[in-house]
Design a protein around this ligand. Structure first.
Ligand code: RVP
Length: 503
């Protein structure tokens, strides 16, 4: 007879936190959101930790280089999507590692023969008004000039004017030498009243820019997650097919942590992949695995040697796996079950394996609930896809800005390796949709607001750290009627339409 779970599986919206005692020290400023990213032995420190419990999803629409830098700056980690050729994924990792905190790789590049029309198109695409002119038109070419909005008058100039005729040429530029420190670069910026300083090597090849505004924000980023060389920490997704080629390329590019990206991870292929990594790199390469939704799946991947384990099947906002295949489990129940298995494993072995609740976070408080249910951090797709740093396109629909957001199992991404069950390597049916999400602006502003809510909730619960929340949180199931009670109810909420009728 099949095994039946006694309780229905539930999702985060069905729960609330019940406050605990808050003492005088229980203030948001005193809350630490530091959390382990990879496994560690009792009494030891993990080799990698996060300063905030958030990572961005292994998705084409979410985790590119700009997202990776922006999130690491705030204390989290992006996992660069693996559903692309090995070389381009490794290049993205290399670019993130090349953009030291405060030093930014040039994403807007022109050649001498580009035209004003090209300048305007590029500005529209990237939103940036500083453009490098290089001999190759690429980010690492020899720097021959710079174009900023001060160099042209759109209304007065012919769109076919060549960049070489209106750029500021190299000999008129003030540049920094490759290898200078951020504070030296900042001194030059201040001394010469610049908005940006191009950094070039001894062959005049462009290495990076330092922007005045970035220097200011760098100083304001106490949570920044950097390696020992002050470079951003970055992750990457891999699959269980081409790991023998992909992993070496990513490691060579400088990746800090890998994750096997799969919708269902309780499989021999994940074990083989982890084994291969251990045989070739020992413990020096960190690798997460998943996704699982119960203790059996957790124990299997723990024994296989995973450094962290992801939880969640079918809860993603763009995911239709449950409808298509009838597999999955409510995200709250899955997280709780796996967290219990993790705690049991820790008791028996002295090894703590962090777990990540992946998918289905709709409201900020769901993150706090996921942590209270035992997650060490959460992975988010929809949340980050809304931001300007995501690699997806911004479009205007009915006068509102939206961002495109599509699942890895959609016909658009065609990431069949994520849904691989062996056999022929192809996509048999879709498990994800193509959609839009409202554009929400910068990652920095939104993450700050989310963290502020998490910290306030933790204070209400009397908890100053994530382990305290995991240990002391009091959680209550809510009835559907009390969910209604939680929103504004029995009042007419003012909006423009109502206000217009008020005399
Ligand atoms: P969400 O944050 O709710 O948008 O969910 C993101 C998660 O959904 C991803 O981290 C991944 O686990 C899952 N996903 C990605 N693509 C698909 C799909 O096409 N079904 N699902």
């Amino acid at each position: 007879m099949a095994k039946f779970f006694k309780e229905p599986s539930r999702t985060f919206s069905e729960y609330l936190l019940v406050p605990g005692y808050s003492g005088p020290d229980c203030t948001p400023d005193n809350v630490s959101l530091k959390t382990p990213l990879v496994k560690f032995k009792k009494g030891e420190e993990p080799a990698l930790s996060l300063n905030i419990p958030m990572v961005s999803a292994v998705m084409q629409a979410v985790s590119g280089e700009e997202m990776a830098c922006a999130l690491s700056r705030e204390g989290g980690v992006s996992f660069i999507y693996g559903s692309q050729p090995i070389e381009s994924q490794a290049e993205m990792v290399r670019n993130v590692k090349a953009s030291k905190a405060g030093f930014v790789g040039s994403d807007s590049n022109l050649s001498l023969d580009s035209t004003l029309a090209d300048v305007l198109a590029l500005k529209k695409k990237t939103g940036h008004s500083t453009m490098a002119v290089t001999d190759t038109g690429k980010r690492d070419g020899k720097l021959v000039g710079l174009v900023t909005s001060r160099d042209f008058r759109e209304s007065r100039m012919d769109k076919n004017t060549k960049v070489k005729d209106f750029m500021t040429a190299f000999d008129k530029l003030i540049v920094g030498k490759d290898g200078i420190s951020l504070s030296e670069a900042n001194d030059i910026i201040w001394e010469h009243k610049l908005n940006q300083l191009p950094i070039v090597d001894e062959n005049q090849r462009l290495k990076a820019f330092v922007f005045r505004k970035d220097y200011d924000s760098h100083k304001e980023n106490p949570n920044e997650l950097l390696d020992e060389n002050k470079r951003y920490i970055v992750g990457a997704g891999i699959n269980t097919r081409d790991y023998a080629q992909r992993v070496p390329a990513l490691v060579e590019a400088g990746v800090d942590v890998l994750v096997i990206d799969s919708s269902e991870g309780y499989s021999c292929w994940q074990k083989d992949t982890i084994q291969w990594v251990r045989e070739h790199y020992g413990d020096s390469v960190k690798i997460g695995a998943g996704n699982v939704v119960d203790g059996d799946g957790f124990r299997f991947l723990a024994e296989a040697g995973a450094d962290f384990i992801k939880v969640g099947i079918g809860g993603g906002s763009i995911c239709i796996t449950r409808e298509q295949k009838g597999i999955g489990r409510g995200q709250a129940t899955a997280t709780l079950d796996v967290a219990n298995a993790r705690d049991e494993y820790f008791k028996n072995t002295g090894i703590y394996i962090p777990i990540c609740s992946d998918g289905g976070i709709v409201h900020d408080y769901h993150i706090t609930l996921a942590l209270a249910f035992g997650a060490d951090f959460v992975m988010l797709g929809r949340y980050f896809a809304r931001f300007k740093e995501a690699p997806n396109k911004r479009v205007s629909i009915n006068g509102n800005y939206m961002k495109e957001y599509w699942g890895e199992g959609s016909a658009r991404a065609r990431n069949w390796q994520r849904y691989d069950v062996g056999g022929e390597g192809k996509m048999s049916f879709v498990e994800g949709v193509d959609s839009f999400v409202p554009y929400a602006g910068s990652l920095r502003d939104n993450v700050a607001l989310t963290l502020s809510k998490i910290k306030h909730t933790m204070c209400n619960c009397g908890c100053l750290t994530i382990p305290e929340l995991q240990r002391d949180a009091k959680v209550t199931l809510v009835s559907s009627t009390s969910i209604v009670e939680g929103g504004a109810h029995d009042v007419v909420v003012r909006d423009e339409n109502v206000d217009a009728k008020v005399q």
